[in-house]
Design a protein around this ligand. Structure first.
Ligand SMILES: *[C@@H]1O[C@H](CO)[C@@H](O)[C@H](O)[C@H]1NC(C)=O
Ligand SMILES: *[C@@H]1O[C@H](CO)[C@@H](O)[C@H](O)[C@H]1NC(C)=O
Ligand SMILES: *[C@@H]1O[C@H](CO)[C@@H](O)[C@H](O)[C@H]1NC(C)=O
Length: 392
């Protein structure tokens, strides 16, 4: 019955992983990384002035955590990123402008642009900004800030600009070339200006790969492998097919899981500042238990051996521990990575359906066992002890 549908699941899942794990985008911003391990969920290669915008949008706070990168027109120049709440151009732009101060350190100041003239001075803007920071390296200035979007809008008019000099705190007029005039446009924060949405920079992409590998291995394939072992062996016709299905499913899950585990160690090593202690420790425990299970398979006593009973208890308790820890760690990982809500929902949906399937199969198993009881009462005894069917 179920053997025909469970078998290909492992292969299907494997194909899916390989598909998802291979990144596909040609945007430059994807490979850009930031100091202090800053991560942004989306990025965009802006169409003018060699500029890039990276951002994470938080709908609950209507806030935008952003990094704007652009090369200033000259090394003593400035770069600016602005939201224009009223129109699409420069007049009315609520701007963040970064430049090097006279004492040499970088700064970001806010400017309410009300004319095309020179001599603008720092001022309050109609947008709440926090954590401003600026960096200058490799000829590129970067503005970091968190801004609260006016009116909780997810499509905003952005304007960006670069200039060649600053007097005191006053950025001098920029050039008026074609690029300087084209550096504006609406941006949909939930999609991306050009609708070519990327998932962010390379570290985030690797964190996503880590999440996919581990969710598929510990969170999907292994529970399916347990269900195969627990319920298929009730059916005499599925013997010994269930064993090979179970072993190959768990072994391929283990291989993917070890790959995912290794990417996790690498991610952990890179983010020295932020320790994900629980997630990391559960991960290490999972690797250890999973490895023990593989060896347990190789060292299992023969079916009739007197220690086989104890081996079964050992193998099953280890197995269920791995499943439970694996699921817990996937939720811990989701809390760290904070992917789109649909992924958490999809996983909850998957686990719930698996639970329902397990309950149904449990019931079917008991019906089968009770029917068998009419033939032989010892088999029921066997089944009640969790020793249904045979094991090779
Ligand atoms: C912004 O709008 C979204 C959806 O319309 C809502 O869920 C969120 O709570 C709003 N945020 C604020 C700060 O008003
Ligand atoms: C430069 O001056 C600003 C204030 O004008 C100050 O906040 C900053 O710490 C100074 N940087 C250095 C390196 O002295
Ligand atoms: C920005 O300047 C314009 C024109 O001077 C003024 O009407 C507006 O209130 C200013 N905005 C803020 C937030 O100060």
């Amino acid at each position: 019955m179920a053997s025909s549908s469970f078998g290909p699941i492992c292969l299907l899942v494997l194909g899916l992983v390989l598909n998802l794990a291979v990144p596909s985008s040609s945007q430059t911003c994807i490979s850009q990384t930031f100091s202090k391990n800053r991560l942004f969920h989306r990025c965009n290669d802006l169409p003018a002035l060699g500029a890039y915008l990276h951002w994470t949008y938080d709908p609950a706070k209507a806030s935008l955590n952003l990094a704007f990168m652009a090369p200033p027109a000259k090394s003593g120049g400035w770069v600016a990123w602005a939201i224009n709440p009223t129109t699409s151009g420069m007049i009315g732009a609520q701007s963040l402008i970064a430049f090097r101060q006279s004492n040499g350190s970088m700064t970001v100041k806010t400017y309410n642009i009300s004319s095309y003239g020179s001599g603008i001075e720092p001022s309050d803007i109609g947008i709440k900004m926090s954590d401003p920071e600026a960096e200058y390296s490799g000829g590129v200035m970067t503005i970091f800030a968190t801004v609260v979007l006016p009116g909780n809008k997810t499509t905003i008019n952005q304007v960006w600009q670069v200039g060649s000099s600053v007097t005191g705190l006053s950025p001098e007029k920029h050039a008026f070339g074609q690029a300087n005039l084209n550096s504006k446009g609406a941006i949909d924060l939930l999609k991306g200006q050009t609708q070519v949405v990327s998932s962010g920079n390379s570290r985030l992409r690797r964190a996503n790969t880590h999440g996919i590998l581990n969710a598929v291995s510990w969170g999907i394939m292994m529970p399916v492998g347990v269900i195969i072992a627990r319920y298929l062996r009730t059916f005499k016709s599925a013997d010994p097919a269930w064993f090979y299905l179970h072993a190959s499913c768990q072994f391929s899950a283990y291989v993917i899981g070890v790959a995912g585990w290794a990417t996790g160690l690498q991610l952990g090593k890179e983010s020295k500042g932020v320790e994900q202690t629980t997630h990391r420790n559960i991960g290490i425990a999972l690797f250890a238990l999973g490895t023990l299970q593989v060896f347990a398979l190789l060292l299992r006593p023969a079916k009739e051996h007197k220690y086989r009973f104890y081996w079964n208890i050992y193998h099953h308790s280890m197995g269920y521990t791995v499943i439970i820890l694996g699921i817990i760690n996937i939720f811990k990982g989701l809390d760290i990575l904070l992917p789109d809500k649909k992924w958490r929902h999809a996983y909850i949906g998957f686990i719930a359906s698996l639970g329902v399937i397990a309950v149904i199969l449990e019931a079917i198993t008991w019906v089968v066992v009770v029917k068998r009881k009419s033939g032989s009462s010892t088999k029921l005894h066997d089944a009640a002890n969790g020793n249904r069917g045979r094991q090779p």
